[in-house]
Design a protein around this ligand. Structure first.
Ligand SMILES: NC(=O)c1ccc[n+]([C@@H]2O[C@H](COP(=O)([O-])OP(=O)(O)OC[C@H]3O[C@@H](n4cnc5c(N)ncnc54)[C@H](O)[C@@H]3O)[C@@H](O)[C@H]2O)c1
Length: 324
């Protein structure tokens, strides 16, 4: 109650300004009336972008900025991101750069954006050279999480995001892992636990110089898998396979307690995530792109035991033949 009062007070400060609500077409189709009702006491504009990663581009960035200019946005106005990670990353990047920065509020509407992308201040867009290469760190005034938005989310969006929830549990919270193993899971409680962990990590290392790298657990192979398949496999599903391979590797080099794999199997079964099958060697060439120089060691995150991860330096060839 205290928090919702504070939020209403915050919005009341914008009575004389304009709210620019950025969302995507899918969300707009479902929530148009809701948004119009929610912000009816304010002067606001709804800016609707195309859904999906294709909107995290310089072209859409420029087009959206121009739309804001055309609607006479002022530096004192407020940007509201209402959507998943795509909307949040783009709207946050706009908020961080237009007029050298305006205030923004993030209202995440997907499980991934509630647990992960809305926390930590990373914003940005993709370049033809790769994902998330252009961006700024820009913290929202606050993140407003309402799990009711999850009711309209497609099954695969929820399922794939569970990989990132499991990830934060594996790297830093046995408590979250134990909770995920319970028979009945409450979304709000699960999200609160995941957010707390991500918040602790990014507060300790806001610019990804050390600890924040732990959040890349499973992403060495995860990124390689999605890149190899031209991003046709959802990020979360690729990360799930990447975590499986990283755990196999950790066990192989005696850095990971075998119990971790047993628990991972239970969680994947429960949350309908797939383990890695096939030949992992075919993804090795894609991993190279994570490194600055060919001879550099690779930073690789291993889980020592449930809730505890560490970064180790490895050579690329160490990852050969993991799936055999
Ligand atoms: N900034 C960060 O720290 C960070 C971290 C992780 C991921 N990301 C980024 O997040 C993006 C992925 O985010 P995402 O998984 O939320 O994808 P997304 O934003 O593309 O949303 C997934 C789909 O769900 C739809 N949708 C969103 N909310 C809905 C709702 N409530 N009901 C029905 N449909 C809804 C969207 O229209 C879209 O089609 C990627 O671009 C990734 O790079 C950023």
């Amino acid at each position: 109650m205290g928090n919702s009062l504070k939020i209403e007070e915050f919005f009341l400060n914008y009575k004389k300004n304009t709210l620019f609500i950025i969302t995507d077409k899918n969300i707009y189709e479902i929530y148009e009336n809701y948004l119009k009702e929610r912000f009816k006491e304010f002067k606001f504009h709804l800016i609707v972008i195309e859904p999906g990663e294709q909107s995290k581009t310089l072209t859409v960035y420029e087009k959206t900025i121009n739309e804001l200019m055309k609607k006479e946005m002022k530096k004192t106005d407020l940007i509201i991101a209402f959507g998943g990670g795509v909307v949040g990353d783009l709207a946050g990047f706009i908020a961080g750069t237009i007029f050298r920065g305006v205030r923004f509020v993030n209202i995440p509407t997907t499980l991934l954006s509630m647990c992960d992308s809305s926390i930590g201040g990373k914003t940005g867009i993709d370049l033809t050279y790769g994902k998330n290469l252009l961006g700024v760190y820009k913290q929202p005034e606050f993140v407003l999480i309402d799990t009711r938005y999850l009711e309209t989310l497609k099954r695969e969006e929820y399922e794939s995001a569970m990989a990132e929830v499991i990830k934060v549990g594996l790297i830093k919270s046995k408590e979250l892992i134990d909770y995920l193993l319970e028979e009945k899971i409450d979304n709000l409680k699960m999200i609160q636990m995941a957010v707390k962990i991500k918040k602790e990590i990014v507060e300790e290392d806001p610019y990804e110089e050390n600890k924040r790298m732990l959040l890349n657990f499973g992403h060495t192979f995860g990124h390689a898998i999605e890149s190899y398949h031209n991003y046709e496999i959802k990020h979360g599903y690729s990360v799930a396979k990447g975590m499986d391979l990283a755990i196999k590797y950790g066990i192989k080099i005696n850095k990971t307690n075998k119990e971790v794999e047993v628990v991972l199997n239970k969680l994947y079964k429960k949350f309908k995530l797939e383990k890695f099958t096939g030949d992992s060697n075919k993804y090795l060439s894609k991993i190279k792109y994570d490194k600055k120089n060919k001879d550099d060691d690779l930073n690789f995150v291993v889980i020592a035991e449930l809730g505890r991860a560490k970064i180790i330096k490895i050579k690329e060839e160490d990852l050969n033949d993991l799936s055999s």
